[in-house]
Design a protein around this ligand. Structure first.
Ligand SMILES: O=P(O)(O)OC[C@H]1O[C@H](OP(=O)(O)OP(=O)(O)O)[C@H](O)[C@@H]1O
Ligand SMILES: O=C(O)c1cc(=O)[nH]c(=O)[nH]1
Ligand SMILES: [Mg+2]
Length: 192
């Protein structure tokens, strides 16, 4: 599946929003990919995640013990991708602001692949890697449906993106005037 097909699915679902958005990194953007509007459709989610699983299989030699989704956005794509990889899906969720594997135990040395929805700065993936490494897991790769950095983000492990789509994002104190003129909204769950 190529980038146009992935973006086509997002557009068809009404998931490409325009306005003034506060991203999880604190950056501001005129575009927000509201993945929940895609993941509400099982058929669209299956098409995306089966293609992502195929890309992961090609890029990750050897065993995958767990697929890990960072909640909330990573929950559904990690679950659906895990189905196609034949490995169980677990998740990290925030407790006091930090990602933790609250509901599961994994053996040290477990080989895990992180599956995210969207990557902008890679901050959420790096936080997930820190949490998993503290538990002794080996993060063999990270994957996402759309990489908004278009390959510029370095998360310290191979990042397998189903699509790369570069979208502008600005520090809050360096907004272009057209963005500053629109009230900002924060759709994600960090700090809630
Ligand atoms: O690469 P980054 O700069 O970390 O941005 C991408 C992250 O932002 C979103 O999560 P968010 O924290 O907004 O909450 P959500 O998962 O509940 O949507 C998205 O699900 C990714 O996890
Ligand atoms: O960077 C983010 O927080 C982000 C961007 C985006 O387009 N979609 C999303 O869910 N999060
Ligand atoms: Mg998220």
């Amino acid at each position: 599946m190529n980038t146009d097909e992935v973006l086509g699915i997002f557009r068809e679902a009404g998931a490409v929003l325009e306005g003034h958005f506060i991203l999880t990194s604190g950056l501001r953007s005129p575009v927000f990919l509201q993945k929940a509007r895609v993941f509400m459709h099982a058929d669209k989610t299956e098409r995306l995640c089966s293609a992502l699983a195929e890309k992961i299989r090609k890029g990750v030699p050897g065993r995958i013990d767990y697929v890990v989704g960072p909640a909330i956005g990573g929950l559904i794509p990690a679950y659906e991708t895990s189905r196609h990889l034949g490995a169980p899906a677990i998740w990290v969720e925030r407790e006091g602001g930090e990602f933790r594997l609250r509901r599961f135990e994994i053996a040290r040395g477990s080989r895990v692949v992180i599956v995210e929805d969207i990557v902008t700065t890679g901050l959420s993936i790096r936080e997930t890697i820190d949490c998993l490494r503290e538990l002794g897991a080996e993060v063999v790769a990270a994957a996402c449906i759309i990489d908004r950095s278009a390959g510029k983000t370095d998360v310290g492990v191979p990042l397998i993106a189903l699509a790369e789509y570069e979208v502008p994002a600005y520090p809050a104190d360096r907004l272009p005037p057209e963005l500053a003129a629109i009230p900002a909204v924060k759709p994600g769950s960090r700090n809630i």
